[in-house]
Design a protein around this ligand. Structure first.
Ligand SMILES: C[S@@+](CC[C@H](N)C(=O)[O-])C[C@H]1O[C@@H](n2cnc3c(N)ncnc32)[C@H](O)[C@@H]1O
Length: 223
């Protein structure tokens, strides 16, 4: 049985000191890269399926906010480690009149009790966390039995030639792109973490260089 994480490690979380690039450029990069038309279209298929008590992990600049269906969301919480992005998330929630508990925190140690949520939304975030498997364990822990994780991520491509470029580019890219990795598995990572994949899809984003463009989306259920 997973333990309840309202302990010191989650509550004592503090943002890492961030340099000029992280404070000013990374939020802009994320805002531009993550709100392209095709990505917004894909979000519009994933995010409205959130229902009940909802947690968005890595709620970032609040780009998903416009896609929630208020008639299905009973409560909304969000966490993200970036103070600059948290502010944007709060503004986005306010702009649509969504009552929201948006706090600083990381996916590796979430400040929530076991089985607190019906839906966890995680988009373009597993690429940026420090420990993907630890985060997936936490997602399982905070979801209720039968709860669902809705995901939309970019990651390791199925083509060997593209994966070679992903491996080459990643060391530099993650330094300028807020720890964004290109070579991480997505649906397979949920599967390996014991989720049951209920629906989903995958493909290269149009008009995006392939090493950055492989995306997978879907619903992963707590088995
Ligand atoms: C590429 S942005 C995506 C933002 C947002 N989820 C979206 O779909 O537009 C990656 C996000 O992951 C957040 N992040 C980085 N490390 C994290 C961690 N350990 N736990 C939770 N979020 C993290 C970043 O602050 C950032 O908001």
């Amino acid at each position: 049985m997973a333990s309840t994480k309202t302990d010191a490690s989650a509550d004592a979380w503090q943002p890492k000191p961030a340099g000029w690039w992280e404070r000013h450029m990374v939020p802009r990069l994320i805002g531009c890269a993550c709100s392209q038309g095709q990505i917004m279209k894909r979000r519009s298929h994933v995010v409205p399926r959130a229902s009940g008590d909802v947690l968005e992990l890595g709620c970032g600049g609040g780009i998903n906010m416009e896609f929630y269906d208020p008639s299905r969301v009973k409560s909304f919480s969000g966490i993200d480690p970036s103070p600059a992005l948290l502010e944007r998330s709060r503004e986005a929630a306010q702009a649509i009149g969504m009552e929201a508990d948006i706090r600083g925190g990381i996916g590796e140690a979430m400040p929530f009790d076991d089985a607190s949520f019906d839906t966890l939304v995680c988009t373009f975030t597993l690429c940026s966390v420090d420990e993907q498997q630890a985060v997936l364990g936490e997602i399982r822990r905070v979801l209720r039995p039968g709860g669902k994780a809705l995901f939309l991520e970019h990651g390791s491509a199925p083509d060997a030639g593209v994966r070679k470029w992903q491996r080459r580019i990643e060391p530099v890219w993650k330094r300028i792109g807020g720890n964004c990795h290109l070579t991480r598995p997505i649906a397979k990572a949920y599967d390996d973490a014991g989720f049951k994949l209920a629906s989903g899809g995958s493909g290269y984003m149009p008009k995006t260089p392939r090493p950055f463009g492989w995306t997978e989306w879907g619903e992963a259920r707590v088995a």
